[in-house]
Ligand binder design. Structure first.
Ligand code: FES
Ligand SMILES: [Fe+2]
Length: 331
């Protein structure tokens, strides 16, 4: 029998701080999409676990990423989630940086001896795969394709490039990021929490297959169901839900020990088609999952429950996820 993580691991700010450093400062994180990064100066901003990162297209079309932190007094380079600019001009006092992070000028600084060369932006590793753009705060982390190889192989048959970016939605959840990942990691709750989905799928045959730091979910659907497709989750906090008519990319972004933001990015095979059904279903599942996760968080904090047991039939994804968290924290 396999035990769950302890309640304290979902509640304790000290554990969260260790996870910031041991998980989120070391793992590749999806920062955006090439669909929004086409022309020189196009940028996206993404934040996770207290870090704010900007990815920008260079003059030669390549990508660079930086902390959204000015070298003067830690002001922001950009405020928006995405946009287009020819240089980064800090929004506090106007220091100007080239797209490659070089400091070009320190506006009206008043010191002739000041040397801009000593104050480039703080760089972050960036890499991309099939339109997905990832960043990594760890200079020593393995290359993206090596680290994510098994997950990428599992997506080999999915027509990601045939989908067009549609829109983003953000959803605040009053729960630890691991509560939400645990919930994503099993179909055990479908009959109880998702009655509408349950009418479309054969929940008894819901399977979660564990690979190298990823899981693949599969469940037979009754014909014509909106949810026919491949659901793949990658440690620590990314999920790609691929359907015949599009995909929904989910990030479970830690905001604090008891706060998570779920970021949905919708892509469709035909963005002009009526995709309301898929959007509505995504929102419904999220609302149902949010409600149960917030109650679980509340109960984890109450001090009644300490450790539970994981079902070998339904929760192998949680066994793996929770073990990978322990391993990250032990390193
Ligand atoms: S903090 Fe950026 S110019 Fe002052
Ligand atoms: Fe769910």
């Amino acid at each position: 029998m396999t035990s769950t993580l302890t309640a304290a691991e979902y509640v304790d700010p000290a554990v969260y701080e260790r996870e910031r450093q041991a998980v989120f400062a070391r793992q590749w994180q999806l920062a955006g999409f090439r669909a929004q990064l086409q022309l020189p100066g196009d940028y996206v901003q993404h934040h996770f676990a207290g870090w704010w990162i900007v990815v920008a297209v260079q003059d030669d079309g390549s990508l660079r990423a930086f902390h959204n932190v000015c070298r003067h007094r830690a002001g922001p380079l950009v405020m928006d989630e995405h946009g287009q600019l020819s240089s980064f001009v800090c929004r506090y006092h106007g220091w100007a940086y080239a797209l490659d992070g070089t400091l070009n000028s320190a506006r009206d600084f008043g010191d002739e001896t000041f040397d801009c060369a000593g104050y480039p932006l703080y760089g972050v590793r960036v890499d991309e795969w099939r339109g997905l753009v990832f960043v990594n705060l760890d200079a020593d982390a393995p290359a993206l394709v090596d680290d994510h190889g098994a997950f990428f192989d599992a997506l080999a048959d999915q027509p990601l490039e045939s989908f067009t970016y549609s829109h983003r939605s953000r959803h605040d959840i009053a729960a630890n990021w691991k509560v939400y990942c645990d919930n994503y990691g099993e179909g055990y709750h479908v009959p109880l929490v998702h009655p509408e989905l349950n009418r479309e799928v054969l929940a008894k045959e819901y399977r979660v297959e564990v690979g190298d730091h990823y899981c693949r979910h599969s469940v037979p659907t009754r014909s014509g169901a909106v949810n026919a497709g491949a659901w793949l989750w990658r440690y620590p906090n990314l999920a790609l839900n691929v359907y015949p008519d599009g995909m929904n990319v989910e990030r479970f972004v830690p905001i604090g020990p008891r706060r998570t933001q779920v970021v949905y990015d919708f892509f469709f095979a035909d963005v002009t088609a009526d995709n309301r059904d898929a959007i509505r279903m995504g929102q419904l599942l999220l609302d149902e999952d949010r409600e149960i996760c917030e109650i679980v968080q509340r109960n984890l904090e109450a001090g009644v429950y300490d450790v539970g047991r994981l079902s070998p039939r339904h929760e192998p994804g949680l066994v793996a996820f929770q073990q990978w968290v322990r391993e990250s924290l032990a390193r």
